[in-house]
Design a protein around this ligand. Structure first.
Ligand code: SF4
Length: 230
């Protein structure tokens, strides 16, 4: 045990340890619920549904998005059908998510842009998605990875926190983490990173008091910033 503690103090996750760390992460997350957008993508959601669900899920619990998104898609699951809806009707339908009024306006505005500029289709392009109302880099990365299987790294609070705890990156913001991971993490791991680390972060490497004592990648982790753990 002493030796283990000694090693961890001086070791951060190395590039050579990533394959084994990811193999263990894939195993440990199997029983856990996938993030809602990843789950929708695996069940055949369209790129438009993935885009709208991603926007709805911002700062909203997955359990809420999971109920609200299908409710909205039952009314409109294409940009053409969406712009036929009244803004108040959208607000009423998505009322359980955070910021329903701005999100309803953004959904209508981006649907109109998709019709006007992209023939009603969601572009498989990070920069074009990033420019849509309500869509920042996090959602843009989520959409290209989940809707199109295009390599991207969706860095949310979990990915940012965990990769810094590992000592794999040393960054202050999620945007910096995305840049650092794009430079460092082999491309073959990009798409799965968000789904793995969100599930891992919600269940084991939690924001406060992570469960380090039962962590399958303990030996690879520097535990930077972890002041208390279980
Ligand atoms: S649970 Fe602990 S040991 Fe595991 S990745 Fe998180 S901080 Fe590192």
């Amino acid at each position: 045990m002493r030796l283990r503690a000694f090693v961890v103090v001086f070791q951060s996750m190395k590039d050579s340890e990533i394959p084994e760390a990811y193999r263990r992460l894939r195993e440990v997350v199997k029983p856990w619920q996938l993030p809602v957008v990843v789950d929708l993508a695996r069940h055949g959601a369209t790129p438009y549904e993935i885009l709208i669900a991603s926007l709805l899920s911002a700062r909203t619990l997955d359990t809420t998005t999971k109920v609200v998104a299908p409710r909205l898609f039952a009314l409109a699951n294409t940009p053409q059908k969406m712009i036929e809806l009244d803004e108040k009707q959208i607000v009423r339908t998505i009322n359980a998510v955070t910021f329903p009024e701005p999100k309803a306006r953004q959904i209508l505005a981006l649907s109109q842009i998709l019709i006007d500029q992209y023939n009603g289709l969601v572009p498989n392009d990070l920069e074009k998605l990033d420019e849509l109302p309500g869509v920042g880099r996090k959602i843009a990365n989520l959409v290209i990875t989940q809707a199109f299987n295009t390599p991207g790294i969706c860095v949310d609070i979990h990915v940012h926190r965990i990769t810094n705890r590992w000592g794999y990156v040393h960054t202050k913001t999620p945007d910096q983490t995305e840049i650092a991971l794009r430079e460092k993490l082999p491309r073959q791991y990009w798409i799965e990173t968000n789904g793995l680390l969100v599930a891992f972060g919600q269940n084991l490497c939690r924001p406060t008091s992570p469960k380090c004592s039962i962590c399958p990648i303990y030996e690879f982790c520097e535990r930077i910033g972890v002041t208390s753990h279980r």
